[in-house]
Design a protein around this ligand. Structure first.
Ligand code: ACO
Length: 431
């Protein structure tokens, strides 16, 4: 939808250019600056994309000022309370909640794509035992592009659908196998009678020598965490998937690039960094000292799990996860969990501190998720892979949306060049 024009004046020659406004259904409109270069001879400059809409999208809406997140129009808190991760996957991919038959067909499709090709399983042996699971995930998912030549016609909606089903289905198997590799245990295959989160827990924690019963409280908590991490519009990893995909690259390779982008501590790697930070702080008495460090511009220490590019209010996901922390810790008899107490105290003091108040820095999705993962027995280096499992549907939905757009072009930004002006080559003997 395009409505009125936006006028930009050029003080150098008093000229002005009218640029069309691009309205969505909700939120801030964009200015279509594509004509600016031809009309005014300038580019827009926005290095970290703080003011740039890279696309139109129907999938997810965030109102950062009011702490609202919606998938396809449904508030995330309603989905966390009433839905399941697989139903949310269907919603994100297809735009509507499924009826009972559609849900059953979708569940069947995902369940029957969970196994890994045995040749792919051999790749794990090439990784050193202490390889970070995110490194393994990046490599294994990229390698999927060498296996599925039958479904890589990216313009074919059926191929795109099978790719999305395969990716969502195989991610828990791939991540659990990375964990098993790191602890030297045999890999445990999927079981079709279990639901998505329960199946993942079994693949992580079952051993061939013993029976394994999935704890339904653990499976439910994990399912909710997966829902809350499923999509977040044009975040760094999703934008990376879109950028790689815009070249026409194999979709498995595009997802692999998204996993690499997710790994960094400013993005999905923050959940691992939060737990390490809480352990480093160690005791409630140390909180004021670490808050001072976080505020000191000469100190690289940052309060991990705090702040967000879009949310200038509570991250709605953090609120829900904090609530689940109480429930899960109580279930495991860990009410006096030291790290949770520390996190609550850190949040309390930070939210009274002018530095954090003025900058609108609140706990984000990663601040509390690690407390739950840890209570479920998931090791710290698996926290970011948990995020990757959940976000796979978001990446697949955005890639598919982009591919279905007939106007899709390669994403190729420009730059302001700041290097040498023209100079002549100098022979090596004269330098
Ligand atoms: N601790 C201390 N100060 C902070 C923090 C923090 N966690 N986050 C932001 N600030 C300060 C900055 O120093 C800056 O201060 P200034 O205006 O005086 O220079 C101001 O708040 C604005 O921060 P920016 O870094 O400019 O904000 P940006 O939008 O670029 O970064 C980010 C957002 C990366 C999330 C940042 O807040 C951060 O590093 N947080 C910690 C890491 C983290 O939790 N990442 C997970 C994000 S959620 C996700 O991806 C799942």
């Amino acid at each position: 939808m395009t409505s009125e024009a936006f006028k930009i004046s050029n003080p150098q020659d008093d000229s002005s250019t009218e640029l069309p406004l691009v309205d969505g259904t909700l939120g801030t409109p964009g200015v279509d600056v594509r004509g600016l270069n031809t009309k005014q001879g300038v580019f827009t400059y926005d290095p970290a994309f703080t003011a740039t809409c890279s696309c139109k999208s129907d999938i997810t809406f965030i109102d950062g000022e009011n702490g609202i997140l919606m998938y396809r129009g449904y508030p995330v808190d309603q989905l966390a309370e009433h839905s399941s991760y697989l139903e949310v996957c269907y919603l994100l991919l297809n735009g509507e909640l499924p009826n009972a038959t559609e849900m059953e067909d979708f569940r069947h499709a995902i369940t029957h794509h969970t196994m890994l090709n045995e040749s792919l399983v051999k790749f794990y042996d090439g990784f050193h035992y202490d390889a970070h699971p995110m490194a393994i995930l990046t490599g294994i998912v990229g390698s999927l592009s060498a296996f599925y030549h039958d479904t890589t016609d990216i313009r074919n909606p059926e191929h795109r659908e099978i790719f999305a089903h395969r990716m969502i289905a195989k991610m828990p198997t791939i991540a659990a196998a990375a964990y098993k590799h790191s602890i030297g245990q045999p890999k445990i295959g999927p079981k079709n009678h279990l639901d998505y989160a329960a199946n993942f827990l079994r693949m992580c924690f079952a051993v061939p020598a013993e029976e394994y019963e999935v704890d339904p409280v653990a499976a439910k908590a994990l399912d909710v965490l997966f829902i809350l991490h499923a999509d977040h519009e044009q975040n760094a990893s999703t934008s990376t998937v879109r950028m790689a995909g815009s070249t026409g690259a194999n979709p498995y390779a595009a997802i692999s690039s998204g996993i690499a982008a997710l790994w960094g501590p400013a993005h999905g790697g923050a959940n691992e960094a939060v737990l390490n930070m809480l352990n480093q702080i160690g005791d409630v008495s140390q909180v004021p000292k670490y808050l001072e460090k976080a505020k000191d511009k000469n100190d690289p220490f940052r309060l991990m799990g705090f702040g967000h590019r879009v949310y200038k209010n509570f991250d709605p996901r953090a609120k829900i996860i904090r609530g689940y922390c109480h429930e899960v810790l109580e279930h495991y008899g860990m009410q006096n969990n030291k790290l949770f107490e520390l996190a609550l105290e850190l949040e309390r003091i930070a939210l009274e501190d002018d530095y954090f108040v003025e900058r609108k820095l609140y706990p984000n999705v990663d601040f509390y998720s690690g407390i739950i993962y840890q209570a479920l027995g998931i090791p710290v280096n698996m926290f970011t892979p948990m995020f990757a499992i959940a976000r796979t549907v978001g990446w697949a939905a955005h890639w598919s949306e982009m591919m279905a757009d007939p106007g899709m072009r390669i994403a190729r930004p420009r730059q302001v060049y700041t290097g040498y002006k023209l100079r002549d080559y100098v022979d090596i003997n004269n330098r």
